[in-house]
Design a protein around this ligand. Sequence first.
Ligand code: THU
Length: 169
Amino acid sequence: MVKTREWVSTLEVWNPHELSVEDRALLAEAHVAASKAYAPYSEFYVGGAVRLADGNIVRGSNQENMAYPSGMCGERVAVFAAGAQHPGVTMMAVAIVSPSEKAISEAFMPCGGCRQVLVEAERRQGSPIRVLLQVRDEEVAISSSAVNLVPFAFEAFGLGGTGTNGREG
Ligand code: THU
């Protein structure tokens, strides 16, 4: 019998009107951010808003470039901006949204690179970052941590961890 390793990932799905005032405010900030995206090539607008432990909120949006790979995802702009402007302040939550009609998943599903960046942010600070995901005004998917979104995440350099890389069975 071959050994296996499993990853179980669970998201909560919320009616946006039933969320806390704090969560709704963070989503609203992410939508403001998305409205400021620079995405003339894809016309796919993404906004991110990071809520810090000191109450500050840092926004980011996708920034494209005619040399396509030079662009950057919205949530990564937000997380990197938070790290650059408020170094050492714990990130409590990040809301990631798209108002775009092109967004077809049930909630916004961040790309693998952004998930990896979020995982490292939470490993670095030693506490989980809640991730709130929404397209348009639809139901909100919530992950209690970023690592929950990254099965078998890349780990190296001993940054510590907030999760386990799968369970052996
Ligand atoms: N994009 C994001 O901002 N976040 C993601 O997680 C995936 C994709 C952006 C990159 C590009 O500007 C546009 O969406 C289309 O891929």
